[in-house]
Design a protein around this ligand. Structure first.
Ligand SMILES: Nc1ncnc2c1ncn2[C@@H]1O[C@H](COP(=O)(O)OP(=O)(O)OP(=O)(O)O)[C@@H](O)[C@H]1O
Ligand code: NI
Length: 370
């Protein structure tokens, strides 16, 4: 299937001042993956491994001290018959690769050819990202919803404004549309009159989710969308996200919650110290043969429903990464080759000694060989 998003060699470097010298923080390094319409890729990994920075890079939301390199092609989408008619047709785009259920009758009278052409998200620039990409072609459920909500406006009025802007819903039907949008994210209707600071973390999360779903963007980036939610709301959010994907949209699900990832994801990418170290089908990852990278295996074993064994040691500092495998100092299977040579992602795993099928949980008392 044609990719909706093709990320190639995406790297992000932050320049920071430390001890009166400038240092480079390698937050994301050489990340490559594809995402198709109707597919969910879960991006998992310990805190600080670069997941949110990756999402920010795709939306042009990096701070000023960051530099992103590589490419992130967002595929063009074909117009529907009605959009073709209304815009006079002939947008010069292929019509046979539209995702099933993809929203193509683009809102807001913005149905120009540029809206649907292929874009490199890393090079298009802020104006295109702000007017044509964010919310319309790429939706974001941010990790810190409070920072993305307007503090002085009620959730209801923020939803109404976003709905009007992105879908062109007439004023008379806005009230009904706000209720529908809130319900999709399990945001209670009787809280729509509240301001962001009056909401709990979980409610702010649901408000941000409702806002992100409004544009029905073909690609959704959901950064920890279930943080702060009770288990039944986690399940509801996971089900809503899956519905979104089954409607033909693509989802990059960034999460610590491997259980939620198991319910929603088609494929899993495991990040460690800024790199993808394993990229595989969710059924193989969560079932058989299981993760093949020792770090991925440890991550899964750390789940309370599995071996419940924490991963020993700490991830490396991103401004002083080793030249070989960054996981080697914590890896019980590491050899001198792991310290000397960086293993590249080959056949879905970046490891010199990938685990064999259905291997037993790794033991903490295995002596580190490095
Ligand atoms: N503005 C910045 N300047 C310097 N370093 C930064 C900046 N923003 C993020 N980083 C670094 O980039 C790394 C990756 O951060 P990121 O937020 O992507 O992690 P994450 O995987 O999303 O973690 P979490 O699961 O905790 O959300 C971190 O080590 C962080 O310190
Ligand atoms: Ni994050």
């Amino acid at each position: 299937m044609t990719s909706l998003l093709s990320v190639r060699d995406l790297s992000v470097r932050f320049t920071v001042r430390r001890d009166r010298s400038r240092r480079q923080v390698a937050a994301v390094t050489d990340v490559t993956f594809d995402l198709s319409p109707g597919e969910c890729l879960a991006l998992v990994g310990e805190s600080g491994c670069g997941k949110s920075v990756l999402a920010s890079a795709l939306l042009g939301l990096l701070p000023g001290n960051a530099t992103a390199t590589g490419t992130a092609l967002l595929g063009g989408t074909a117009p529907t018959r009605s959009a073709q008619n209304s815009s006079g047709g002939g947008l010069g785009l292929p019509t046979d690769d539209a995702a099933p259920g993809e929203r193509l009758d683009l809102p807001g009278g913005d149905a120009g050819a540029g809206l649907r052409e292929e874009l490199d998200l890393l090079s298009v620039g802020e104006r295109v990202l702000a007017t044509r990409v964010r919310g319309r072609r790429v939706g974001l459920i941010p990790q810190s919803p409070a920072g993305h909500l307007t503090p002085v406006r009620t959730i209801g009025s923020q939803l109404a404004e976003t709905i009007r802007e992105l879908t062109g819903t007439p004023r008379a039907r806005l009230g009904e549309a706000v209720l529908t949008a809130a319900k999709r994210a399990a945001f209670p209707a009787d809280h729509l009159g509240l301001h962001p600071h009056e909401l709990s973390g979980g409610l702010a999360q649901r408000a941000a989710t409702a806002l992100a779903l409004v544009g029905d963007a073909p690609l959704l980036l959901a950064d920890e969308p279930t943080t702060g939610l009770d288990r039944d709301l986690v399940d509801r959010t996971a089900a809503e996200l899956r519905r979104h994907v089954d409607g033909g949209r693509a989802l990059l699900l960034i999460t610590h919650d491997l259980a939620a990832a198991e319910h929603v994801a088609d494929r899993v990418a495991v990040m460690y110290a800024g790199r993808i170290v394993e990229l595989t089908e969710a059924t193989s990852f969560f079932g058989s043969p299981g993760p093949r990278h020792p770090y991925a295996r440890r991550l899964l074993d750390a789940l309370p429903t599995r071996a419940f064994t924490p991963i020993p040691g700490m991830p490396p500092a991103l401004d002083a990464l080793p030249s070989g495998c960054a996981f080697a100092p914590r890896c019980t299977a590491a050899t001198s080759a792991c310290v000397a040579d960086l293993p590249l992602l080959t056949d879905g795993v970046a490891c010199h000694h990938p685990l064999q099928a259905d291997s037993a949980p790794l033991e903490d008392n295995d002596a580190l060989q490095v």
